[in-house]
Write a protein that binds this ligand. Structure first.
Ligand code: SAM
Length: 377
């Protein structure tokens, strides 16, 4: 029975709702360049390899919801490494150049280096290897960095929300020490994965006092080998109790940094890049700002997301995916699945963040958004 004081956070289980994509009789070969309804190409595929995580950050997987009663996906639901690789090769044929493995915590998936080696063997239509990267909380990175690099991982992004051990332990909510994540970052650099991106989600009133200390630490210890990026706390999923007054806009973060270090704007590396780049004027590297709330970047969003159980999502804020696993396990040919993927991307018109900025969102559909650990951050 639920008492008056218990917190009940409704969690819509969207994991089993996803239409099976249409496979037309007339098949079309991929051209290596495909655009959605708003003219956006498909370049980047994020793959969630597990819905499990060993952290319980309140903004992502709050303990009250993801407790020991919570039913994570059974192993048989997860895409196998072979299924993931098959999917990735079909996406590469449509123009995907970059793969990001995420989760959940991707390093919890056993033998991830085997998957990375399989993905590293794929080629774009122009014959290039794909850019393979990984987002991790860093807790298991020290042990795995070299094997991941040897298997073909090119880069890594480590999430780290504070330098202060107490604040960090409180934010990950499993009492995990900051020193171990810092060791993971060092191991990644030593394995040849520099520059390592470090992502800090800034929550006003929780860790905004860590902005300058974390920047100072990264500059002093690693210089250009680490790129620290500040992410605005987002209203993803349905469980984190997001409130706008806990968002510290990137402009305010930059102002605080500017008081400690002089910053200069830098040009973007690539179209569709999520972070705005600024360099330290003294040459000790750069920082990035990901303004997902205050400055929507849907206009050039070229990312698709493959969930842990093989559902294709076209937006981080989507409520429904497309069940590619049903095709992968349903005896369909590569040509059939490729045509289906082309149709799905061709019909895409998601631009949640822009609509929200314009006051038109959330969820015109009235549906609950999918959780980030499942869809892949
Ligand atoms: N476990 C891995 C990690 O910690 O990096 C990968 C998955 S995690 C969902 C990916 C990224 O999403 C992390 O950098 C995390 O901080 C970020 N994230 C999760 N919830 C968020 C939210 N509500 N707002 C902004 N970023 C969020």
């Amino acid at each position: 029975m639920v008492g008056m004081t218990d917190v009940v956070i409704p969690l819509a289980d969207l994991r089993y709702q996803a239409p099976v994509p249409l496979v037309p009789a007339l098949l079309t070969a991929p051209t290596g360049l495909i655009s959605d309804r708003l003219g956006r190409p498909l370049r980047d595929l994020r793959i969630s390899v597990t819905d499990r995580c060993n952290f319980r950050c309140s903004y992502c997987m709050p303990k009250e919801v993801f407790d020991n009663q919570y039913k994570f996906l059974p192993q048989s639901s997860l895409l196998s490494f072979e299924e993931i690789t098959r999917c990735a090769s079909l996406f590469a044929a449509h123009g995907v150049h970059k793969l990001r493995l995420t989760g959940g915590e991707p390093l919890l998936r056993k033998h991830l280096e085997v998957l990375i080696a399989q993905l590293a063997a794929l080629r774009t239509p122009e014959g290039q290897a794909l850019d393979i990267t990984l987002t991790t909380n860093g807790s298991l990175l020290k042990r795995q960095a070299q094997a991941l690099r040897d298997a073909g991982l090119r880069r890594v992004t480590v999430s780290l929300d504070a330098l202060d051990d107490g604040t960090f332990r409180q934010m990950n909510d499993v009492n995990f020490p900051v020193a171990d994540v810092l060791d993971g970052i060092e191991a990644a650099i030593a394995a040849g994965l520099a520059p390592v991106k470090v992502n800090m989600v800034v929550k006003r009133g929780t860790n905004d006092d860590q902005i300058v200390p974390l920047a100072r630490h990264m500059r002093q210890h690693y210089g250009p080998k680490v790129i620290l990026r500040f992410i605005e706390y987002m209203d993803v999923g349905a469980t984190n109790g997001w409130r706008m007054n806990e968002v510290l806009p990137s402009a305010a973060v930059r102002e605080r940094l500017n008081q400690a270090f002089e910053l200069q704007p830098m040009p973007a590396n690539t179209v569709g890049e999520t972070a705005e780049r600024w360099a330290y004027a003294d040459g000790l590297g750069e920082v990035g700002f990901i303004s997902s709330v205050t400055k929507a970047f849907c206009g050039d969003c070229n990312r698709a997301r493959l969930s842990t159980e093989g559902k294709l999502f076209l937006c981080l804020f989507a409520s429904r995916g497309h069940d590619l696993r049903a095709l992968l396990r349903g005896g369909y040919s590569d040509e059939q699945i490729s045509t289906a993927i082309g149709l799905i991307w061709g019909g895409r018109e998601d631009r949640y963040s822009e609509l929200r900025s314009a006051g038109g969102a959330p969820a015109a559909s009235g549906e609950r958004r999918v959780e980030m650990h499942y869809i892949g951050g």
